[in-house]
Design a protein around this ligand. Sequence first.
Ligand SMILES: NC(=O)c1ccc[n+]([C@@H]2O[C@H](COP(=O)([O-])OP(=O)(O)OC[C@H]3O[C@@H](n4cnc5c(N)ncnc54)[C@H](O)[C@@H]3O)[C@@H](O)[C@H]2O)c1
Length: 351
Amino acid sequence: MLSNNIQLEGKTVIVTGAAGFIGSNLVGRLFREFQDIKVVGIDSLTDYYDVRLKQERLAQIAALGRDWTFLKENIADKQAVDRIFQQHKPSVVVNLAAQAGVRYSITNPDAYIESNLIGFYNILEACRHHGVGHLVYASSSSVYGSNKKVPYSTDDKVDNPVSLYAATKKSNELLAHAYSKLYAIPTTGLRFFTVYGPAGRPDMAYFGFTDKLRRGETIQIFNYGNCKRDFTYIDDIVEGVVRVMQHAPEVQTGEDGLPIPAYKVYNIGNSSPENLLDFVSILQEELIEAGVLPSDYDFEAHKQLVPMQPGDVPTTFADTTPLEQDFGFRPSTPLRQGLRAFAQWYAGYYK
Ligand SMILES: NC(=O)c1ccc[n+]([C@@H]2O[C@H](COP(=O)([O-])OP(=O)(O)OC[C@H]3O[C@@H](n4cnc5c(N)ncnc54)[C@H](O)[C@@H]3O)[C@@H](O)[C@H]2O)c1
């Protein structure tokens, strides 16, 4: 196991995408775990999904009464990013701001280029000019494209993205590698696998299915249900991010006198893929249990099996061996437990 080489106590951390699902949970966890930490959150509050959910997440963070600064800024604005880094001098930066979603990238490519490429480049430049000790950034399981080999390993070749979203995430890894090499910036990319949980993203299947079932609409199950997903509970993702933040890849000099890239990429996934139909069954049971749907709900009448969609992949399955070896941790929250937490939150939120 690696030992920590970054102390977060007494330090400033910048989290981009702080009003987002993963970002807001990360900020909350940082404040719970570290007594003396300053967190600066950046988020442009895009209207990709209901902005009220983002504002509520921010209100919950503010209510903690800790050393918290929120800045409504766009990471694609280079001057703004530079100004923020200049002013706050972060030790660690966690870049989670991005235009997420595979299907949306087919109809709205501009948003991906702006946030995921220009925005990420600006973050790299700011890390370079302001001496950031570790940049941790979100990549995605989507970089594996239609990889046939399972489980997906970070040693697999990932040069065949099947969506623009995936292409931007793979590009982030390439840009990070170049910056680690050229400017000795320690970077760690994290390939997240389908993250779910309370106050999650309304565009994701479990949330969208719940909304539709509650409204009496029909849900569409892609690839006739022959999809497997490595669903990863939010607390597991956050645990992984917090551990990774505290160990920056070592900066070393090669025989040529130039830096060896201080660069790492890890999978963070549950490494236990679930069939989509089984997932829907558990979700249904938990929605009834939480009182979101009545116990006599006719699920069969609200389900439609449809073909695969462009940009989708049939399976995601994380090999988390390197994460386990280096950080002594692998996600393990059972799907039922995670969906129960989601259903209970949903019941309260939409009451
Ligand atoms: N949730 C998942 O299943 C999953 C899986 C793989 C990778 N990821 C990645 O993890 C990260 C966080 O995902 P999430 O699920 O929390 O998504 P999210 O959409 O809830 O959070 C992203 C946040 O970034 C903000 N943002 C977008 N563009 C911005 C910009 N240009 N400047 C400033 N803020 C901007 C949005 O307003 C949003 O609040 C993203 O990079 C995403 O691609 C998520």
